[in-house]
Design a protein around this ligand. Structure first.
Ligand SMILES: *[C@@H]1O[C@H](CO)[C@@H](O)[C@H](O)[C@H]1NC(C)=O
Ligand SMILES: *[C@@H]1O[C@H](CO)[C@@H](O)[C@H](O)[C@H]1NC(C)=O
Length: 353
């Protein structure tokens, strides 16, 4: 049983606590904490300005997962509307080239064809070969490389791309460097013979005056996407030959050159059924790839058919480019790139439709 004394003490404490509480409430102003602002997912609306497109002038909203075309964080996926796909829909994708996707040309060059088949083309160092050409555009590559003693062929990498479309030229090169630093830009670009200076920064853009070509940096340094209106989109990284690869393959890279080269992924819009070139021919419906899936390192040749005398020359044995050619739109083939799903890594990859 509580004694009266205990009861009184308890009562007293109660009163005291209550008065303290009211005092606290009245003396200090209650701070109102603002509820956090809801994160705005402003989903951009895209459309296509090409008449060829299924999405011509149709508004299409970006998905929640990638609401923006140019996200603030360069690592975020971007919203992409493929104006040349038979389907009019947006997808989220990385802005960097995917070496394991169709249209890729990476490593000592390993290609993934439009047919999803992996192959190697070695060419020769310090020579030029045409990767893709149609009647109205051409893309050449300059190969650099070396031949360690006792080897029967050159190890090669793609150092530069030369693009011809209409009466215009565009070049993109990895500059030679003794030491590699990710923070130093190793890209050199030119348009119709004029060097382009594009400020560093992950969304820095350059457009040609008539809007037929656009270059956008996709990271502060060493990555860009080049878009030729209605023809192609080319994502590029500049990278050195890694020390690890150099060891594994015994490239014997000299100490004064890191063999800076390009990792590239191409997407083509409305190629004709006559498209040619080391990579181009793999987009033809009638192409029978001599590289068979499952073979560890299928090498395909064609040096004689695809060699050009310079980065912007169109003199290969099979070349048909002429600046005044206009493609017959009814001849163009449409492809479902996003339906090619490639799995695997560097040494074994398979793509399925
Ligand atoms: C494009 O390159 C070719 C071959 O080097 C050259 O003859 C031509 O004058 C160049 N055209 C322009 C517009 O720079
Ligand atoms: C480049 O062209 C694109 C598409 O037409 C346009 O959205 C962009 O504002 C242009 N940028 C510059 C720097 O001219």
């Amino acid at each position: 049983m509580f004694s009266v004394k205990t009861l009184l003490v308890v009562l007293f404490l109660h009163v005291m606590l209550a008065s303290m509480a009211t005092e606290a409430a009245s003396s200090s102003k209650v701070k109102r904490v603002k509820p956090p602002k809801p994160v705005k997912h402003v989903q951009e609306i895209l459309t296509c300005k090409s008449r060829k497109s299924k999405c011509f002038k149709k508004p299409v909203k970006c998905p929640m997962e990638c609401p923006k075309v140019k996200p603030k964080n360069p690592k975020d996926k971007t919203c992409f509307l493929d104006c040349y796909s038979p389907k009019c829909e947006v997808v989220c994708r990385s802005r960097k080239p995917n070496c394991n996707g169709p249209g890729a040309a990476c490593y000592d060059p390993r290609f993934i064809g439009g047919d999803g088949i992996v192959f190697y083309f070695h060419g020769r160092s310090n020579e030029h070969f045409t990767l893709v050409f149609d009647s109205d555009f051409q893309i050449n590559a300059r190969f650099i490389g070396l031949r360690p003693q006792g080897r029967t062929r050159d190890y090669t990498w793609i150092q530069a791309l030369g693009l011809k479309f209409g009466h215009h030229n565009f070049t993109l090169e990895a500059t030679k460097t003794e030491k590699w630093d990710d923070n130093v830009d190793h890209l050199k670009l030119s348009h119709d013979g004029m060097e382009l200076i594009i400020p560093e920064g992950h969304s820095s853009v350059w457009n040609s005056t008539n809007g037929d070509i656009q270059v956008e940096r996709t990271s502060t340094t060493n990555s860009v996407t080049v878009t030729i209106f209605d023809l192609a989109e080319i994502s590029v990284n500049v990278i050195p030959v890694s020390e690890e690869d150099s060891k594994i393959h015994n490239y014997q890279i000299p100490t004064n050159d890191r063999f800076a080269h390009l990792e590239v992924q191409f997407r083509f819009f409305g190629l004709s059924s006559n498209v040619e070139g080391i990579l181009g021919r793999t987009y033809r419906q009638d192409f029978e790839n001599p590289a068979k899936p499952g073979v560890a390192m299928p090498v395909i040749g064609g040096d004689d058919k695809y060699k050009t005398c310079s980065l912007l020359a169109t003199d290969c044995a099979l070349c048909v480019f002429s600046p005044d050619n206009i493609k017959d739109e009814h001849e163009s083939i449409t492809m479902e790139y996003d339906m090619l799903d490639c799995k695997g890594g560097r040494n074994g990859i398979t793509c399925k439709k």
